[in-house]
Design a protein around this ligand. Sequence first.
Ligand code: ARG
Length: 595
Amino acid sequence: MYIELNCPSSLRKQLAKLFGESLKATFPGESDVLPMIDACVAKNGVKFADYQCNNAMSLWAKVKGKQTDFKNPRSVGEGIVKNLPPSEMVESCSVAGPGFVNIVLSKKWIAQSLQRMLTDGIDSWAPRLPVKRVLIDFSSPNIAKEMHVGHLRSTIIGDTLARMLEFCQADSLIRRNHIGDWGTQFGMLIAYLFEKYPNPEDVNESAIGDLQAFYKASKLKFDSDPDFKLNAQQSVVKLQRGDPKYRTAWQQICDISRTEFNKVYKRLGVHLEEMPESFYNPLIAPTLEKLEKLGLVEDSEGARVIFIEGVDIPIIAVKRDGGYNYSSTDLASIWYRLNVENIEWNIYVTDVGQWQHFDMLFKAYRRAGWLPKDENGYPKCTHVGFGLVLGDDGKRFRTRSSETVRLVDLLDEAKRRCKASLLERDNAKDWTEEEIEKTSEAIGYGAVKYADLKINRLTNYTFNFDQMLNDKGNTAVYLQYAHARICSIIRKSGKNIEELKRNGSLVLDHEDERTLALHLLQFTEVFVESCSNLLPNVLCEYLYNLAEIFTKKFYSNCQVVGSPEETSRLLLCESTLVVMRKCFYLLGIEPVYKL
Ligand code: ARG
C-alpha cells in the first residue's frame, strides 16, 4: 500500500468501527487489537453472509491459558457478537466454524444508504488523501525519438491515477509532462537538419515531415559517417551554449514533436502540464553543488558520481565530458518539485525498467536528508512501474514492417474498426453522422484504455484489437453495451428520474436487487483498495462485476418497466448508472448513452 485514505463511507470501515467497540468491550485488557473485517466471497454461487469479522482465532491464541471466560475460539466469536453495540447497519451476526463472525447487513439500511447517495451525489462517498499537494509525472515522451506504446501505457495509467487522486480531494494535483527535450540526440538532428536545409528559412513542418523518419535517417548517418558524428557532437555543445541558430532549430524540432504528441492527447482526452527537461538545465549545477557540500558526490574515472549503498553502479551526476544526463536532470527536478512547488507526494509513472533509476535517486535524496528516512513519511516519492506492451507474437509490439507504431495511427485504427462495425448494424441508418463519429471514438479509444487498465500494470500486456473490441467478455465494449442498455430501460419507462429521486423509495425485496445494491455500496471500499495501491485493474474488475450482476442477475430476474416495483427498480438502475459513470470517468472512458 502506498497511501492510507480516510474513507468514512466504506462499509468495511464502518463495520471495523463497530466491531472495534465490541473488541474493546470483550477484551478490555487488549488495547491494540485491530478489527479484521473482510467482504465475503461467494463459493459455488452461494454466500453465507456479507462480511466476516476474523479476530476470534488470533485473539484466542493471545488469551489461551490466561484467566478468561473463553474456552475456545468459537466462544471468543460469541463474545464479540454479544458485545456488538446496537446498529441499524447490521441485521444479524452468527458464529461459524472455528469462530468466524458472519455479518449480514440490513437491507433497509442498504437501501437507505444508496438512496442517500442518489440525493447527495457520488462525490459524497469520496475518500480523502492525507496530503494536499500531489504531482504525478506521466506520459513524458522524448522529442524526436518515437512516442512509443510504452508512452501510451504511461499516458493511460497516469491519467487514470491522476483522476483517482483527484477524486480523493487533493487540493492541488499537477499532471506533469516531463518531456525529454534535452539530450545528445539533438546534436544529431540539428546537424542533419542543417545538412538538408542549409537555408534556415526553408525549415518548416513539411520540410521535416515525419520526425520519426527524420530521426531514423539522421541516426543512420550518425552511426555510419564519422565526420557527421563529430559534427553532431559539436552541434550539441553549440546548442547547450545557447547559439541562437542552434536554439532556433531545436525549437522548431520540439514544436513539430509537440504537435504530434498533442494529437494523441486530444484523442485520449488527456491534459498534461508540460515542464520539459530543458527547464531544469540551469538548476542542475546549483543542486549538484548542494550535494557536493553534503559530501555525496565523488570522483570516479573522471565522472562525478553518487554511490548508493547496495548498488554497484553509481548515479552519474556529471559525465566524463562534463555534460549532464537524464539522472542529472532528475536530481534537479526532484529538488524543484519538493522545494519550489512544495509537493508532498511526487509520483512517477514509467516502465518497470526505470525502477532502479528512481530508486537510486530517492535513496540519494534520503542520504542527503532531503527526504525523510522513513519511506512512508512525507514528502514522499513513489515510482509506479508497468510492464511491456507485447504483440500477438509475444515480442515487443511492432507493426509488420518491424517499425515502432505511430500512436495516432493506432488510435485511429481502433476508431475505424468501431465505426465499421457500427455502420454494419441494422439500425445504422437511424444514426446521424455525428453520432457515429462520437460513438466510435468513445468506444474505440475507451477500448484501448480499458484493455490496458484491466490487467495488473506490473505485468506485460498483449495488444490485440480483436480482443479489446469484442462485445463479449471483460472489455470496454461490453461495459458500454451494459451502460447503454440501462439508459434505454430508463428512457423506455418514460419516467422523470429526478422526480423519482425526490418522491420514490428504494426497496430491496428480491435477492438480486439486494445483491446489486450491496455491490454498488461496495464501490468506495474497492476504490480505496485500487487507489491506495495505485492499481486501476482493481477498479476495472469491480466495474466488470457490476455490469455482470446487473445484466445476469438483476435484469434477468427482475422486470423493471411496468412491474409493481417499477419506481424502486428504476432508482436501482439510476444508482447503477451513477456508479458505472464514476468508474468510466475514473478510467478516462467516455460513456455511450445509446448503442
Ligand atoms: N522521457 C522518459 C522516457 O521516455 C520518461 C520520463 C519520466 N520522468 C522523469 N522525471 N524521469 O523514458
